[in-house]
Unconditional design. Structure first.
Length: 231
């Protein structure tokens, strides 16, 4: 039987003599962002109409718990000086990655199974690392590239540029491998793989997806906090 890895091109676009396509990853990512925007609007309205003198219930209680958990995690990982500046970004980063990773449960192709999605996110982290390093260490950031002595400069440069590559490849490879394995199971076994692969989804999508989103967020915080060290 044919095995479908959910990689399809829908709309060809001519750019400089080259044909590029709107793919499944673009469509799924757009759908996920619409869902997240809708969720944010609903939560925002509930917050505006909530009674501040009463304890939150239902959805607001869940959202408050999630926000407090992320804020504490960022504070513990980055310290009181950096945490207020990065709490919102880390929270959004984790929610977007987690939603993308779990989207395979609902028949979508996880956008994070596309290197074209994970690499730009990792490059954002790379820019933040360099900015914080220059902001807090000034010339010490450049000096550190020649430590312990000047012959290590090429090694240190490679190490810096390896950060976004390793971040993006780790996330991409884990989600892509899970997507391919589930596609192989459904494609090769057909109708008999109807119910029992739920256990595999629990690992490939839920466990691995949540773990990879957490790891990416934690490494982002660790690298940025390390770059901001002044002592």
């Amino acid at each position: 039987m044919d095995v479908d890895f959910y990689i399809h091109g829908y709309l060809p676009i001519q750019l400089g003599g080259t044909t590029v396509y709107i793919t499944t990853s673009h469509v799924c990512l757009a759908f996920i962002m619409v869902i997240l925007f809708a969720f944010a609007i609903v939560v925002n309205r509930k917050i505006k109409h909530a009674d501040p003198t009463k304890a939150p219930t239902g959805l607001l209680n869940v959202v408050e718990l999630g926000v407090e958990t992320v804020d504490k995690l960022v504070y513990d990982s980055m310290g009181s000086k950096l945490a207020p500046k990065f709490q919102n970004y880390i929270g959004v980063l984790f929610v977007v990655l987690l939603t993308c990773n779990l989207s395979g449960l609902f028949g979508l192709r996880p956008p994070t199974a596309d290197f074209g999605v994970t690499l730009p996110i990792a490059l954002i982290t790379f820019v933040m690392i360099q900015y914080q390093g220059i902001k807090y260490q000034k010339w010490g950031r450049l000096k550190g590239m020649f430590e312990p002595f000047f012959l290590f400069f090429p090694v240190n440069v490679i190490s810096e540029f390896a950060t976004p590559i390793s971040l993006s490849l780790r996330l991409f490879a884990n989600i892509m491998s899970g997507t391919m394995m589930m596609a192989l199971i459904y494609g090769l076994l057909g109708k008999i793989a109807f119910i029992w692969p739920a256990a595999l989804h629990a690992y490939m999508d839920v466990f691995a997806g949540a773990l990879q989103a957490y790891v990416f967020a934690m490494l982002t915080m660790a690298f940025v906090a390390s770059a901001a060290e002044t002592d």
